[in-house]
Design a protein around this ligand. Structure first.
Ligand code: PLP
Length: 403
């Protein structure tokens, strides 16, 4: 049967997403791997009521085919949100509702990439974006991150050598996997580069509302004057991932191309869910809910960073995320976080994480790991981090030559 499959779907080549859930069956297991939101914070009763309200108000029509871009009330509410929090002046006609942010990434890839086309990604980068891009068989160019976001000098050098780069993918706010946020200056400079070197920017920002120190920065899209930035966000981290609702903002030809490929893959959006989210936003203060989330996630972040500062060996460096769900920990050169996970951390510490390799398109970096603080209470995070730290100290000691 395999000879009948498209190269892009060859099951022998594992999806980049397959590295996301390392398994530890022990009752002691603590997972710092998955970036799932904490389900204790899901507003189930309010969302249930919102579904009922939507059905009561709209009746059978709610279940009919409706509009290709998605529920107008929700698109209007999102237009107001991105204007307020991202300083993007747009209209509901420019908003497309998607099946999570993930579908938005895949649609942009499908709309832009022929096999072999050149794509720049910051490294490390979101695993799911690599999984989506991989299907279109691009040539990747990896651009390093700095503490204030993408290294724009390195990007420009890459663009000079590879002027055919079509697409740059970035997660500018509380980046997955490093927690880094791109400065406002760099956002503006990045758009200038895109204008000069003629490429599209995919700004993927599901964490932008979850800043623990400051309000969201202006979106990269707010600096776009040529319709070459696609803004993408999602309700997964601020409401519930099971709603499978993301949304993108695009203009002109890009919007038309995205709509063309969207129609071919799912014809219409899940109107019932989108009407329910619109009803939820009308009856509830989404920003107040986000404030509550931030209080919880900030405490979880603090537990992780405190342990990194107090318990981890000096040979290890780490980011201090100002928002989002993740911390990136760099081990001494020569260490391999993937073998450390299977040989030591799962059997001895019962702690899992996602090893660095998964986040690099060329899978060429081994000595780092992504730790997620989103799903666990602070005390559990502290326990897991101490176990990780103890085993790391032993592993680093084993690696160091005895003089
Ligand atoms: C950077 C980034 N983009 C997109 C997604 C996709 O999320 P969803 O499809 O649930 O909106 C995630 C999920 O973790 C993510 O971290």
């Amino acid at each position: 049967m395999k000879n009948l499959l498209a190269t892009r779907a060859n099951p022998d080549v594992t999806s980049a997403l397959s590295g996301l859930f390392p398994v530890d069956d022990s009752p002691l297991a603590i997972s710092l791997a998955a970036g799932s939101p904490n389900l204790d914070y899901f507003p189930v009763a309010a969302v249930r009521q919102a579904f009922l309200t939507a059905i009561d108000q709209q009746g059978a029509g709610l279940f009919q085919y409706q509009t290709a871009q998605g529920n107008l009330d929700l698109r209007q509410a999102l237009t107001a949100r991105i204007q307020k929090w991202g300083q993007v002046a747009t209209t509901a006609d420019n908003v497309v509702l998607t099946v999570g942010g993930q579908q938005g990434i895949e649609l942009v890839a499908k709309a832009l990439l022929n096999p072999g086309d050149e794509v720049a990604v910051e490294v490390p980068t979101y695993i799911g974006a690599l999984a989506a891009f991989d299907l279109y068989q691009p040539t990747y160019h990896a651009v390093p991150l700095e503490p204030d976001g993408l290294d724009l000098n390195a990007l420009e050098e890459t663009l000079k050598r590879h002027p055919k780069i079509k697409l740059l993918y970035t997660v500018p706010d509380y980046h997955n996997p490093t927690g880094i946020t791109m400065s406002v200056t760099k956002r503006q400079q990045l758009v200038d580069l895109a204008n000069r070197y003629d490429f599209v920017i995919l700004e993927d920002t599901p964490y932008r509302d979850l800043g623990y120190e400051a309000a969201p920065l202006p979106a990269i899209k707010s600096f776009d004057t040529q319709g070459r930035v696609v803004f993408l966000s999602s309700f997964s981290k601020i409401l519930m991932p099971g709603l499978r609702t993301g949304w993108l903002v695009a203009d002109g030809d890009l919007l038309a191309a995205i709509m063309k490929v969207r129609l071919a893959s799912d014809l219409e959006t899940t109107n019932i869910t989108h009407a329910a989210i619109a009803a939820y936003m009308q009856a509830n203060d989404l920003d107040a809910h986000i404030q509550t989330l931030k209080t919880h996630y900030r405490a979880q972040r603090d537990a992780m960073v405190t342990s990194l500062e107090q318990d981890f060996p000096d040979e290890v460096s780490f980011t201090k995320p100002a928002g989002g769900f993740f911390d990136w920990v760099t081990l001494p050169k020569g260490m391999n976080a993937a073998t450390l996970l299977t040989d030591t951390m799962i059997p001895r510490a019962h702690v899992t994480y996602v090893p660095a390799t998964n986040f690099y398109p060329n899978r060429d970096v081994t000595n780092a790991m992504r730790l997620s603080f989103s799903g666990l209470e602070p005390q559990v995070i502290t326990t897991g981090m101490r176990r990780l730290a103890d085993q790391l100290k032993l592993a680093i000691h084993r690696q160091a030559p005895v003089l």
